[in-house]
Design a protein around this ligand. Sequence first.
Ligand code: MRU
Length: 325
Amino acid sequence: MLPRTIDWVDGRIVMVDQTALPQVRVVPAASVDELVDAIRRLVVRGAPALGVAGALGVALAVRTLTGPALYAAIDRLAAARPTAVNLAVGVRRARAALPGGPDAVLAAALAVRDEDIAACRAIGARGADLLAELCGPGPLRLHTHCNAGALACVEWGTALGVVRSLHEAGRVAYVVADETRPLLQGSRITAVELTETGVPHRVVVDGAGPSIIARGLVDAVVVGADRVAANGDTANKIGTYPLALAAARAGIPFLVACPESTVDPATPDGGAIVVEERAAEEVLVVGGTRTAPAASEAWNPAFDVTPADLVTAVVTERRVWRPAP
Ligand code: MRU
């Protein structure tokens, strides 16, 4: 069994190092700077897990820092990655407990962790029911992108939480998992989770996803989200939008599964979402070897925004929200 994605053990944060997967390695963060570095390098990643990391990071900070240094560290933590709103939400939750002292901050951070676990279970069950309503009882052929599984949360997962809930009921035929260039969260992380859970799956290159849908090989697309704007526009890993277009064209549901903490009422629409631009080397260098000419440059947006009218429903722990008019 995979270890828990992120937790608090003996006064420090421990995380599954997601840059090493499929090799399983657990690493500590003993300071905020170590944690910020881990977040930037995607040692810990996925919107809900980032929320927990942010909250636990404040618990770590308040044990080691005081005064302006404490607040500067908290600000660095909140800004470590810009798109997943959960990071700032988790930091804010724990920061609000500062007047109560270190134990109160830790209690607030552990509550963020525990709420995420409960939310994922509820999202999984609700998403499974919704897919039964939209597609029939199955077994269903599902398509997902990136990793919105246990390793993107604390346990269970959001999009893969829906898959797990359906699989428990014997209602999954197979999952198509996009490999998810450039960092391969699909082939390295989602495929590990699906293998461990015993879900039949095929990994495909990202460019194959839309045509696999067009060929009628998929009943529904289910993905996670890094931020859902107030109007339902949804930011998720780059390569999600083409799946939404293909799903709309094929007339199959496109579900976004995420906790309420990913829905950001302060972001009016997708145009207001900051899309993280990552290092060009992630695209130009493969397995340590530069594959493009030395003179080539790259664009490496880590996320895209799917307009609300392509989203059949956003499934959270509290509701099924159909943002399209
Ligand atoms: O860059 P990452 O790996 O943090 O991107 C993660 C995703 O895009 C996930 O789909 C999203 O955070 C939802 S996780 C439940």
